[in-house]
Every structure is written in structure tokens, then in C-alpha cells.
Design a protein. Structure first.
Length: 166
């Protein structure tokens, strides 16, 4: 009977601990604000450093060390190219060019800053964002936007990577 109780306990312990394995959460947050007085859309993106490096390496087949000690200017150019290809915005139905301003890191997160100039008024904002999705189907890109005095939110996934805000 003691053996049965011991093996039952051991089995339950293994089952319990195996169900508690770490599961990585793939999410990025993008803040889109219309600065009406500056006639500008300001964008701040926050993505995990390891995810962005993995995505750049897979897409361009080159080592990427963005936001790490051994980052190179060439890798920063690949980051800019990657963002331009994967993150697209239409303002009032027209595609707009994103201007990369700068980047920084905080803990394990890359923070980058973009802008679109000459935007006096926004009636609609369409966002397409496929960043990280080519590597991780479960990636979620959360868009938080502020324009015309209203807050808007979008949740973009691999199955639904585009959304419209009005």
C-alpha cells in the first residue's frame, strides 16, 4: 500500500510540474498618437528584443544583435527595412511613409519611434502589422491609437493582421 501511495504521489507530482512549463507569450504594443498641433502622427513600438532579432535573422538570413552590445549599423538598417515592410499605415485612405526616428532598449524590450508628417486631420486610420508573425503564429500586435480626442484599440493577429479605426 505504501508503494502504491508513493508512486501515485510521484505520478501526480510529475503531472503537476509538467503542466507548469513556461509558455512564452508573443505580444507587442504600438502607440499611435495624432499630434494635431504639429500635424504629425507619432508612433512608439515596443517589441521583445529576442523576437525582433529572430525575425530579422530569419527574413534577411543575417545575424542580428539589435539592442545588444554587439549591434552594428548594418543591423540597424535591417531593422528599419523590416519595420517598413511589416508595419504599414494608411491615413484617410492613403498609404503613408513611416519615418524612423530612433530606438532604445529597456530591459528586454526594444522601443522604437516613428512618425508621419503633414497630417492635419484624421478621419480614418488603417493599420497593417505583421511584425514577428512570420516566426510565431500566436503573435499579437496591440495597437492603441489616439486621434480626434478619442482612444481606439486594435488587436492584430496572424489571422487578422489589418484593421481600420474611424
Amino acid at each position: 500500500m505504501k508503494k502504491f501511495a508513493f508512486y501515485s504521489f510521484l505520478f501526480l507530482a510529475v503531472l503537476l510540474f509538467s503542466s507548469m512549463t513556461a509558455h512564452k507569450f508573443y505580444v507587442a504594443i504600438y502607440q499611435v498618437n495624432h499630434a494635431k498641433e504639429k500635424k504629425m502622427v507619432q508612433i512608439t513600438g515596443r517589441v521583445f528584443i529576442d523576437d525582433i532579432n529572430e525575425a530579422i535573422e530569419k527574413k534577411y538570413r543575417k545575424k542580428s544583435s539589435i539592442a545588444l552590445d554587439n549591434e552594428t549599423p548594418e543591423q540597424v538598417e535591417l531593422l528599419k527595412k523590416y519595420i517598413a515592410e511589416k508595419f504599414k499605415i494608411k491615413v484617410n485612405g492613403q498609404s503613408k511613409q513611416l519615418e524612423f526616428l530612433s530606438k532604445e532598449s529597456e530591459d528586454n524590450v526594444l522601443i522604437f519611434y516613428l512618425r508621419i508628417t503633414d497630417i492635419a486631420k484624421i478621419t480614418s486610420l488603417e493599420v497593417e502589422n505583421t511584425m514577428i508573425m512570420e516566426n510565431h503564429f500566436e503573435q499579437q500586435n496591440i495597437i492603441q491609437a489616439n486621434f480626434n480626442g478619442n482612444k481606439h484599440n486594435l488587436l492584430l493577429t496572424s489571422e487578422n493582421n489589418k484593421g481600420m479605426l474611424k
